[in-house]
Design a protein around this ligand. Structure first.
Ligand SMILES: [Zn+2]
Length: 279
């Protein structure tokens, strides 16, 4: 799946079907400057700063968005609900009400390094698939300094149904979330008293050893409370043979979470139930 995406990023935008990335004007001519505003969720969670650098002069073109400066790995959430498209370093949303959004320079480094390895698990949320419908406030990726960025920031563009617009007024009046919105399947299937539930996307699985390696999407406690991940968090489980056989883990997609129900005993996680991912 990861290699397929990397391959797709080198192809023409026709490869993106019904959701090609919006293309900003590239010229010295002024961009539209009407102060249209769209209600949005602010695209970053946590410390950031920005100023109105839309339409500013760059070498040979105008700056087509706003650069929101923030530390590497700051969570990026979807500003509006709609369908998501992405390729290496970039995402875009086709909003349900006709607007589009594009963000780029997502993180391309192994956290704590500047290695430019382009690991998608450090770039995008683990559970998004091209064309998915995402909620406003849903975690979609992480801030970085990929491409020609001189420092970590999110380059943020907005498009009304009539073309590119200045995101500044919308950013100024945006709702600031204190964490990614809860997007949790079958939230009513909370764990029994004393148990926990992890929603986790498969990354590696050995039938022989029973070792399962995955990336956490969120967790739920026995009182029903849900906490969503806001950074890549890897978890290893050892699945008991009987449960693993029934769950057919080899067939699990990597971009849909499975539910792992367990309790803790003497520092070990004892698994009692596995619910395979949807589709
Ligand atoms: Zn920019």
């Amino acid at each position: 799946m990861i290699s397929a995406l990397l391959l797709a990023s080198t192809q023409t935008w026709a490869a993106y079907g019904n959701f090609p990335p919006p293309v900003a004007p590239f010229s010295n001519r002024s961009l539209p400057v009407s102060h249209t505003r769209m209600p949005i969720v602010f695209p970053l969670v946590g410390y950031n700063s920005y100023n109105d650098d839309y339409n500013s002069h760059r070498s040979g073109f105008r700056h087509t968005g706003i650069d929101i400066r923030a530390p590497k790995m700051t969570p990026i959430v979807s500003p509006i609900k709609g369908h998501i498209g992405f390729k290496i370093h970039s995402f875009w949303i086709y909003g349900d009400y006709g607007w589009k959004i594009l963000g780029t320079h997502l993180n391309d480094d192994t956290p704590g390094t500047n290695d430019g390895k382009n690991n998608f698990d450090f770039m995008f949320a683990p559970n998004i698939r091209f064309g998915d419908h995402v909620e406003a406030g849903q975690l979609i990726g992480y801030v970085g300094d990929s491409g020609d960025a001189t420092g970590p920031h999110l380059h943020f563009e907005m498009y009304s149904p009539n073309g590119i617009r200045n995101p500044f007024p919308s950013l100024k009046s945006a709702i600031h979330a204190d964490g990614p919105v809860r997007v949790f399947r079958n939230i009513q299937d909370k764990p029994d008293p004393g148990m926990e539930r992890f929603e986790i996307c498969k990354r590696n699985w050995s039938h022989l050893s029973g070792n399962f390696f995955g990336i956490l999407v969120g967790k739920q406690y026995d009182n029903g409370r849900v906490i969503m991940s806001r950074s890549p968090s890897f978890v290893t489980f050892n699945f008991p043979e009987g449960l693993a056989d029934k769950a057919d883990i080899d067939s699990w997609p990597t971009d849909r979470p499975a539910s792992v129900y367990f309790y803790r005993e003497a520092g070990k996680m004892i698994i009692t139930k596995l619910v395979p991912p949807d589709n």
